[in-house]
Design a protein around this ligand. Structure first.
Ligand SMILES: Cc1cc2nc3c(=O)[nH]c(=O)nc-3n(C[C@H](O)[C@H](O)[C@H](O)COP(=O)(O)O)c2cc1C
Length: 211
């Protein structure tokens, strides 16, 4: 058992979210094997680890047991090919709490085109996207993995996405975009109601005083 597993095994998972500033970007840099070489202050704050506990550790130090293996399989397939990948990931803080993020990667290669570093940026994901779409999907994938292994969770994921006629990245981007649209519609609607209220109020005062 390596040091990382020892750390992970000590953690008791708590079904509570980390409280964090969701406008911030959580950033880390790894070598080609996913060993952490740098983590920004936000990473340290949100994960609850000290810098010295993170550096030199595999990135799965923050792996949450609710995450299906297949998502990391697809993530690494893309990264190793030098392709960026967006994934929605539930991470495990040292406290045992969780935090959901969406990833964005940059890949650094040497002069021979060999990958030397990965840079991972993560941002918060709207709660509704997680609770309505991602949690139910990941729960299914996890159950399939427990029963029949990652080979079949991958088949399920492929079937699920085929039905939606989307790749995984297209699917999650669309979920976030749809959410943002509904939010701006909601804001516009709220604004409209407010304006109508103000108009009504003006009418009310006019009626009251200007007769
Ligand atoms: C730059 C970079 C950032 C990563 N960020 C995360 C992350 O935030 N959470 C996570 O669970 N895995 C992350 N991973 C993937 C991990 O390396 C690992 O594959 C994952 O935690 C699953 O663990 P496992 O491969 O041991 O099953 C990242 C990998 C790289 C290269």
């Amino acid at each position: 058992m390596n040091h990382e597993n020892q750390l992970q095994n000590k953690i008791t998972v708590i079904d509570k979210e980390v409280t964090w500033d969701k406008t911030q970007v959580i950033m880390s840099k790894t070598n080609a094997f996913g060993i952490i070489e740098y983590a920004n202050e936000v990473f340290v704050d949100v994960s609850g680890y000290e810098d010295y506990e993170l550096m030199g550790q595999p990135h799965n130090i923050i792996r949450h047991p609710d995450m299906p293996k297949v998502i990391f399989k697809v993530l690494w397939e893309n990264l190793k090919q030098g392709k960026n990948f967006h994934a929605i990931v539930k991470n495990l803080a040292k406290s045992g709490r969780y935090y959901w993020v969406i990833t964005d990667f940059e890949i650094a290669k040497d002069e021979n085109g060999v990958i030397v570093n990965y840079f991972g940026r993560r941002q918060a994901v709207p709660h509704e996207v997680i609770s309505l779409h991602i949690e139910p999907l990941y729960r299914k994938l996890l159950q399939i993995e427990a029963a029949s292994g990652v080979e079949f969770s991958e088949k399920y994921l492929i079937g699920f996405l085929e039905e939606k006629k989307r790749s995984y990245v297209e699917y999650i981007k669309e979920l976030i975009l749809e959410h943002e649209k509904s939010q701006s519609k909601f804001v516009q609607y709220e604004q409209q109601l407010l304006e109508e209220d103000e108009e009504e109020e003006r009418g009310f005062f006019r009626r009251l005083f200007n007769r």
